[in-house]
Design a protein around this ligand. Structure first.
Ligand code: ZN
Length: 152
């Protein structure tokens, strides 16, 4: 199915949806503009949730799967956060293993690819955002109003 078909609930200051369990992520298929190639198990959240300062994808790469080409970016750095499975990642020809808990930042120019080398799905989140645009780090952008949290 296409992620665009997912219901999105909105409030004045939020948009939310349900992707379902990570294990079922391969129900989603996208068509990549490059080569009109179908990719199963990849969901971009940007359009769905109206993100405008970052793109986020949630990914389930099947056993034996891999990116069929190297790529870099024009302006965006990428953060890869691996949630499960085992694989290999390469940047500019340097190859290293990835597994649950591996976190990789790749600068825009880095030529990157990854593949699943394990016997289960490789799951990961990719966040991309324009390099050198973050103005407040850590919790520096947060505001805390003088009001209690109420859950009822
Ligand atoms: Zn990328």
């Amino acid at each position: 199915m296409k992620i665009e078909e997912n219901p999105v609930k909105t409030g004045e200051n939020y948009l939310r949806t349900e992707l379902g369990p990570l294990a079922d992520l391969d129900q989603y298929v996208i068509t990549m503009p490059r080569g009109n190639r179908e990719v199963r198990g990849k969901v971009f959240l940007g359009d769905l949730l109206g993100l405008n300062s970052m793109e986020v994808s949630v990914n389930k790469m099947a056993v034996g799967g891999g990116m069929p080409f190297l790529h870099s970016h024009r302006k965006n750095e990428e953060l890869y956060y691996f949630l499960g499975g085992k694989g290999e990642f390469q940047v500019d020809g340097e190859i290293f293993p990835v597994r649950e808990g591996t976190v990789i930042r790749v600068k825009p120019d880095g030529l990157r690819a990854l593949r699943n080398t394990g016997d289960e799905a490789l799951t990961f989140i990719v966040i991309q955002a324009q390099e050198q645009t973050l103005e407040a780090k850590n919790s520096g952008d947060g505001l805390v109003p003088d009001a209690p949290v109420v859950w009822s």
